[in-house]
Design a binder for this molecule. Structure first.
Ligand SMILES: [Zn+2]
Length: 419
């Protein structure tokens, strides 16, 4: 490098040249050199401009960066709970001295399990029509019920059930608006056709997966759906169209949530079985049922050609309610994990049992959902009775009936003890 172009590294400034004859000669030579370099640079620039008019070569490096490594496997865990009911006693016990409502105690022993899933879904079988609140037969719960369900870990609520019109048009519409304002996803009922077209099927994108969800109910207790509201009813012609729309979304799985069956029946009826077969034939990947308020068997079906596994849960029972009929206070969650690389598959699938206790009997301030692993030493007589109905009656029934799926006991977390 020429002496006069050297940078003074000490003060980081350029050394000013001295104007003697030798330097002038060097300066002229440099000018010639710079001019030559400028001409070459312009020539290269013109060449590049001409080249840019032709199609650029494939940007192989950029594309390669966007494709995940070959050994990348995406994982997604899904958890499904049964009916979130809201009978009179539930909101009466949730009422606090200051007039607010609090349901957090209901979910405190199962919250860690619900939250641990990437996506948790439940059937929201009440309305949020505003006060006055009411239980059976025209359900209407405080908004805080939904807020606390969300806080418990639920991400998505199903609204197509036979109680969705319990508070007529105002109740249906307000329920949707409250869910939107609380920020919880929902499917099954819609304000109008435009909203339906925009939001249904519900496409959930998470962890690199695309899951399309469908939700239908067998009936709405004789109520009338007022235009422009939409309630998804079980109608195979309509469901066929929705399934095709779901397929066009190119999902990794299509899950149909069906509100069907006969209340308090431990076995699915012929219609449930036929409809399930039809849904699978049409391309639904998994079916999760609700409405009987009692658990019904689960099947894992394996496609004889592709080897793909399909979950069919006829009814998960009540997740929380004030139902007292035997078995209605026992519910289950079903959970499965999906893996995705060159294929999408179920890597694990199991179910867990719970029971609900209620305040007038157990002496606590709130209804509580307990996993079956709660130690007997922490339960009073009435709580223990419900636990052992679950273990001695429901568990053997499901052990016998469930095909290809096993129970997983939810770990009891001693730090959650609140007596
Ligand atoms: Zn129902």
């Amino acid at each position: 490098m020429a002496e006069w172009l050297k940078t003074n590294r000490n003060n980081n400034s350029t050394v000013v040249p001295r104007h003697d004859s030798t330097m002038n000669r060097r300066y002229n030579h440099t000018k010639i050199l710079l001019a030559t370099l400028l001409i070459i640079a312009l020539a290269i620039s013109c060449k590049q401009k001409q080249t840019s008019e032709t199609p650029p070569p494939p940007e192989t490096d950029t594309v390669a960066e966007e494709i995940p490594p070959k050994d990348t496997t995406y994982r997604l865990s899904l958890l499904f709970a049964g009916d979130l009911m809201q009978h009179d006693l539930q909101f009466k016990m949730a009422l606090q001295d200051d007039g607010t409502y609090d349901y957090s105690e209901c979910f405190q022993y199962v919250k860690h399990e619900i939250e641990s899933a990437d996506i948790a879904v439940a059937n929201f079988e009440t309305t949020l029509a505003g006060p006055p609140y009411h239980g059976y037969p025209n359900f209407c719960a405080p908004d805080k019920y939904l807020v606390d369900c969300k806080a418990a870990g639920f991400d998505i609520m199903l609204t197509a059930n036979n109680h969705t019109c319990d508070r007529r048009q105002q109740g249906l519409e307000r329920t949707i608006r409250v869910m939107d304002s609380v920020g919880i996803q929902h499917l099954g009922t819609y304000l109008d056709t435009a909203s339906f077209e925009r939001n249904y099927p519900l496409l959930v994108e998470k962890n690199g997966f695309r899951i399309a969800m469908l939700n239908y109910t067998y009936a709405i207790n004789g109520a009338t759906v007022h235009a422009p509201n939409i309630v998804n009813r079980i109608d195979t012609a309509k469901i066929s169209i929705d399934i095709e729309k779901a397929k066009s979304m190119e999902p990794d799985a299509i899950i149909a949530f069906m509100h069907w069956g006969v209340e308090y029946m431990l076995e699915p009826d012929a219609y449930q079985k036929q409809l399930a077969d039809w849904l699978f034939r049409k391309g639904v990947s998994h079916i999760i049922g609700s409405h009987p308020h009692i658990v019904e068997p689960i099947e894992i079906r394996t496609d004889s050609i592709t080897g793909e596994k399909h979950v069919l849960a006829y009814s998960l029972g009540n997740f929380i309610s004030n139902s007292t009929r035997q078995g209605t206070y026992c519910g289950m969650t079903i959970r499965f994990d999906l893996e995705k690389d060159s294929t999408v598959r179920i890597s694990n699938c199991d179910y867990s049992l719970y029971f609900v206790t209620h305040p007038p009997i157990n002496g606590h301030k709130q209804f509580r959902i307990y996993p079956t692993t709660v130690p007997d030493s922490l339960l009073n007589f009435h709580e223990a009775y419900r636990k052992h109905i679950t273990l001695d009656s429901i568990r053997p029934f499901l052990n016998e009936k469930n095909k290809g799926i096993y129970e997983r006991e939810v770990e009891w977390n001693p730090s959650l003890i609140k007596l």
